[in-house]
Design a protein. Structure first.
Length: 319
């Protein structure tokens, strides 16, 4: 089922003025970010304006075309995001609340560049558009390859691309877990992957269909089950996740093993602790305490092939 094929792209060249009009009309959108510091926003905006005023071409931007027609910007550098926000501040007709919050660090920029701003509106912007006719997981594959996303960016893009396919259920399911507002995307990401490995442990992925599937293809199927699965079963699975999430959170405090662990690694521990509980039902801490198991878990690329190898390793018990 999951054979490699040509991805359908469309390369479009616009003047900055046209890109700005599309942004103001809601046809160019950006994924949610938990927090962006004013200092970084100001620094990047200045760099972009300086480059455009000197005639340096704006770097090509990858976008995902949604079935509703909007273009979701996949760029993690935030250059285009901040440029659009600045132009709204400087030339927008409506002063919205978020624009007022930006006024402190955009006002100074406007004073510095106001005399030359008209010169940048003819600057060309190249958009590489991933056609909506590609399967949704392809949009994720391209974005991850081009942008080398951190996990929260990946989850934020999932939430936009799959907003009508189950992603909106996540926040409600996870509402009572103790985490900070900044960790919302992280916990959603962890639960999706936890579900994916749980389904693999229960044989819900057909070997013949998914044998070559990568993590994005598996997650797409997981989101489908999240949307159309039995509500009670999903809630029970969420409760299993919460128990292990709380346990791992407690174990991480003051533990040198976790001090330098990446979000991806922590997510893998959560996933395979759940799988260990399903298969062996004892001492789930073995997943990160046993060196042999830990090495396999860390090296897993979360494809069906790699997940299946670890699950078989758990079942054999030759630890």
């Amino acid at each position: 089922m999951y054979k490699s094929g040509r991805i359908r792209f469309d390369t479009r060249k616009y003047d900055l003025d046209e890109v700005f009009r599309r942004y103001k009309s809601g046809n160019l959108i950006f994924y949610k970010k938990n927090s962006i510091t004013g200092k970084r926003r100001s620094k990047v905006t200045r760099e972009v304006l300086e480059a455009l005023l000197r005639g340096i071409p704006f770097p090509p931007v990858y976008t995902s075309e949604l079935q509703t027609g909007e273009l979701l910007v996949l760029d993690k550098s935030d250059r285009l995001r901040f440029l659009m926000e600045y132009l709204v501040f400087a030339y927008g007709e409506d002063q919205k609340e978020n624009q007022m919050e930006q006024s402190n660090y955009f006002s100074e920029i406007r004073q510095m560049y106001s005399d030359w701003m008209k010169d940048i509106f003819y600057a060309p912007i190249m958009l590489h558009v991933i056609d909506y006719t590609n399967p949704k997981y392809v949009h994720m594959q391209v974005g991850a390859f081009v942008e080398e996303w951190p996990v929260t960016q990946e989850q934020s893009v999932w939430n936009v691309i799959y907003q009508k396919s189950g992603a909106q259920i996540l926040e409600k399911l996870l509402a009572d877990i103790r985490y900070s507002p900044k960790a919302v995307l992280m916990v959603q990401y962890q639960f999706l992957y936890f579900m994916m490995v749980f389904f693999a442990a229960h044989g819900m992925f057909d070997d013949a269909v998914f044998q070559d599937a990568d993590k994005f293809q598996l997650i797409e199927k997981t989101i489908y089950w999240l949307q159309f699965g039995n509500d009670e079963d999903v809630k029970k699975l969420c409760e299993k996740f919460k128990v292990i999430y709380e346990l791992l959170s407690e174990r991480r405090v003051g533990n040198r093993l976790f001090l330098q662990a990446s979000p991806e690694r922590i997510t893998k521990y959560l996933c395979f602790m759940g799988a260990w509980k399903t298969i062996r039902d004892d001492h789930i801490e073995e997943v990160y305490e046993n060196r042999k198991i830990r090495a396999r878990v860390i090296d897993c690329d979360m494809s069906f092939h790699d997940i299946s190898k670890i699950l078989e390793f758990f079942r054999r018990g030759d630890l």
